[in-house]
Design a protein around this ligand. Structure first.
Ligand code: GLC
Length: 524
């Protein structure tokens, strides 16, 4: 218990011995002296630096985090938002993720083993090792169980429900072990939904857990964690009386449960927060979102603008800045050489770096790309995904060897070479909760062409730092791509766009402030 109560006392009485002394003095003196003492406390509080006891404790619960393991944008947000919040000096931020066997060895070797415990879940009692590593002011915990996590990759297994139930339960179990009870437990996506659900069902009756608030952030509403109701108690260990919390359309729906139980829930852009009230975007959850909209917020993600900096990025063929873009031409010609495309400085390169899945708008691309390829352009694709799209782009590259390069891999180094070496970045998503690639492209002065949805709408302003189209329509997309190609030929117009894009502020500063305000609102 101690933790929360102790903390509250320390905030009230200010910091350090001086404050304690004055508190004692206050008790034994009369009214006027009391006022003087209070003034003194106020003075001390005003100048005292935040000590660790003053910091609000935040625990991120997520299934991936950079730099340790990444399958998508979620990992980058966990890695960079936690760091940005810690850097404010106001939060003691810790992050917990599973210890997958794919976690990079360079880090793994440096982890500290803290101990182990057994996690009880329905009829199972499973080992959980706890490792930690501190990076840029954030403590990361890694939960080890080889039966669940010693496998390649992060997801896609038949027992993912059980794996993340174990993980979520373990998150609550390690709190007494670490003597760390967060004020806000910030859970991300369905894999962490059960941590919020267990907190508000099985654990809230234990004194130490009573003051923990939960915030649930939806990075993509498409993946909800849906299971048969048959395994409610045997696998998830949820009592029958709580079935109504997680039940939706005759299934268990973990995302729905987390929305219901959390004090607040959020999405990764303001526009997406509005969109998911609508059946077109909500994958069936819109009634739940609408019922709970009083506690919904949308906060736009930022990017790690130090990590993505064309001036310092060692992956690039040449470095450059918003003020001096000369290096970008080298990045372009070297990229063309590397990808076996003709080296043509005045031919615009359109690039796509994306998971090759339907909601990224690939059906629009496949519909009109051959028409666009009749113009003097080159197309560079990087990503993996559905077989249908992978083979489509491979075939396109085979048929247009002088115009198309299809790289069906996930390659961080190449992605930076493409961001820096291309001119136009295409992202015509059908839905996009936030999207980080359009912001990264901007940072490298590559002009995004996006559909006006979710975070794309919130980050790209037409004719300022990119081009946008509204309807999910292949010819509307083609029209704006052609507009961009046309403007590309006008050096002055294009220089201005590149400058605006490269200097658009996508740092975490503003978003971290919004999260801070949200946490504070939750702690009132
Ligand atoms: C998911 C979303 C993407 C978002 C990312 C980080 O991958 O699809 O739009 O940028 O999460 O929040």
């Amino acid at each position: 218990m101690a933790e929360t109560v102790k903390k509250k006392t320390s905030t009230k009485t200010g910091t350090g011995t001086a404050a304690k002394k004055t508190t004692t003095a206050r008790k034994s003196t009369k009214k006027s002296a009391e006022t003087a003492v209070q003034e003194e406390i106020a003075k001390i509080e005003a100048v005292a630096p935040e000590t660790s006891a003053d910091k609000k404790k935040i625990l991120f619960v997520a299934s991936e985090a950079t730099p340790f393991i990444q399958t998508g944008g979620l990992a980058e947000v966990i890695g960079s938002l936690s760091t940005a919040l810690a850097a404010t000096g106001k939060f003691d931020v810790r992050v917990v993720i599973p210890l997958y066997s794919d976690i990079k060895k360079e880090y793994r070797d440096k982890f500290t083993y803290l101990g182990n415990l057994y996690v009880h879940l329905a009829w199972r009692n499973q080992y959980c090792g706890i490792f930690s590593y501190e990076k840029d002011g954030v403590i990361f915990y890694f939960l080890d169980n080889e039966f669940y996590f010693k496998r390649p990759g992060c997801y896609g297994y038949f027992d993912d429900g059980e794996r993340f139930a174990f993980f979520s339960r373990a998150v609550l179990e390690i709190m007494p072990f670490l003597n760390f009870y967060p004020e806000v437990m910030h859970c991300h996506d369905w894999q962490a939904a059960l941590a919020a659900i267990y907190l508000k069902t099985n654990y809230c009756f234990r004194q130490e857990y009573q003051f923990i608030r939960s915030l649930f952030t939806i990075h993509n509403i498409e993946y909800q964690g849906q299971y048969s109701l048959d395994i409610l108690s045997t696998l998830f260990d949820i009592y029958g009386r709580y079935q109504y919390l997680v039940e939706y359309n005759n299934c268990i729906n973990l995302m729905k449960g987390a929305i219901e139980v959390s004090e607040r829930f959020s999405t990764v852009s303001p526009t997406y927060a509005e969109e998911i009230k609508n059946p077109y975007y909500a994958h069936g959850l819109d009634p739940i979102v609408r019922n709970n909209q009083f506690k919904l917020r949308g906060i736009l993600n930022g990017i790690d603008d130090k990590g993505y900096n064309p001036q310092l990025d060692s992956h690039l063929f040449a470095n450059y800045s918003a003020e001096d873009m000369s290096g970008k031409a080298i990045c372009k010609s070297e990229l063309q050489k590397m990808l076996n495309l003709p080296v043509k400085p005045n031919t615009p390169i359109i690039s796509m770096i994306s998971r090759l899945v339907a909601h990224k708008g690939l059906d629009l691309v496949t519909n009109v790309i051959e028409e666009i390829l009749q113009d003097d352009v080159q197309l560079v694709i990087l990503g993996t995904g559905d077989y249908q799209y992978e083979s489509y782009f491979k075939d396109l590259a085979r048929r247009y060897p002088d115009k198309v390069s299809a790289n069906i891999v996930f390659n961080g180094d190449l992605s930076r070479k493409i961001y820096s070496g291309s001119d136009i970045f295409l992202m015509p998503s059908k839905s996009e909760p936030c999207g980080l690639s359009q912001m990264i492209a901007c940072r490298y002065a590559t002009i995004p062409v996006v559909r006006e949805t979710g975070g794309l709408y919130d980050s790209i302003k037409p004719l300022y730092n990119g081009y946008t189209f509204s309807n999910y329509n292949a010819h509307d997309m083609m029209y704006v791509i052609r507009e961009a190609i046309y403007d590309y030929r006008d050096k002055e117009v294009w220089q201005k766009l590149m400058y605006n894009a490269a200097t658009s502020d996508f740092s975490w500063k503003k978003s971290a402030e919004e999260y801070e305000a949200l946490y504070m609102e939750m702690l009132k």
